[in-house]
Design a protein around this ligand. Structure first.
Ligand code: PMP
Length: 283
């Protein structure tokens, strides 16, 4: 495996960053997680736009152009011979001192890792996921906006640990108002009474690229779409529920907090949207 670090490629064992990099010291940096299908990165431009927005929000200057980044991502895939895989793109604040001063970090580092996919097991797509609500609340946007895909994922990790301890592969996170936000690494949708609902970005979520694609597909299908505040009651009483993410694509949820959703099986709208989604990734 060859890993790109700021213009050079290193073997996995030698792909190292300094312990003084503020990405390591403070989680000061940003990232993207993307998927490639048949050698092409899905919605690469959207991911780069989100990366640049995250950078702008934290006053981080990405040291290369978007075009150079696009080339570097594609080259990393090619060098590693990966056609259907996962790409992690990271921009760290760079080496600084032990203090918090970001302005002392003069050289942000760009890291690109292309790897094979670690997917949810196939049976979860067939039978659906059982999830619980984490007691860890999604970080309030007034503190650190979840729209910034920052290298500090402790909020999500703590929620995910709760899920693991309960035997669940994913967990629902609420916002500080007690509304549904998203899962630890996926966005959430429900289908009820002919409407597709998902929390709007105001709920304090990462606005997923897959979420956006699903909203486009739902519009193509002529579904009524509602981006609005949601509570757990809405999920408990939904006909269908599914999660979206670059790695997961669309994955059905059949149980939340012990309540069976719909008839306890992946729903027909979920299946239709997944089928349509997959048809878009193969072109
Ligand atoms: N929410 C969170 C917290 C995430 O980390 C992710 C990405 N893993 C998503 C949602 C889904 O985003 P995307 O569809 O862009 O992968």
């Amino acid at each position: 495996m060859k890993i790109y670090i700021s213009g050079d490629y290193f073997d996995k064992e030698n792909a190292k960053v300094s312990v003084f990099d503020h990405g390591f010291l403070y989680g000061d940096g940003i990232f993207e997680g993307m998927r490639s299908y048949n050698g092409k990165v899905f919605r690469l431009r959207d991911h780069l736009d989100r990366l640049w927005e995250s950078a702008k929000s934290i006053l981080l200057t990405i040291p290369i152009s978007a075009e150079a980044m696009e080339n570097a991502v594609n080259e990393t895939l090619q060098i590693n011979g990966i056609t259907n895989g996962y790409i992690r793109l990271i921009v760290t604040r760079g080496v600084g001192t032990l203090g918090l001063d970001a302005h002392l970090c003069q050289h942000p580092q760009v890291i690109i890792i292309a790897d094979h996919l670690a997917l949810y097991p196939k049976e979860f797509y067939e039978k659906g996921l059982e999830i619980i609500t984490a007691s860890t609340v999604r970080i309030n946007p007034a503190m650190l906006n979840p729209q910034i895909k920052s290298m500090n994922y402790l909020n999500n990790i703590l929620a995910k640990i709760e899920g693991h301890q309960a035997g669940c592969a994913e967990v629902l996170m609420l916002n500080s108002k007690g509304e549904v936000a998203e899962c630890s690494g996926d966005n959430i949708f429900i289908f009820k009474q002919n409407q597709l609902h998902t929390p709007s970005p105001d709920a304090g979520i990462l606005e997923g690229i897959t979420r956006r694609v699903v909203l486009e597909l739902a519009a193509e299908l002529g579904l009524n779409i509602k981006e609005c505040p949601m509570t757990r009651h809405d999920i408990y009483t939904a006909e269908e529920c599914f999660l979206t993410g670059s790695a997961a694509e669309l994955i059905p949820v059949v149980k939340l907090d012990g309540r069976i959703i719909g008839n306890g099986k992946p729903g027909s709208i979920t299946k239709k949207l997944l089928e349509l989604f997959r048809s878009k990734t193969t072109v």
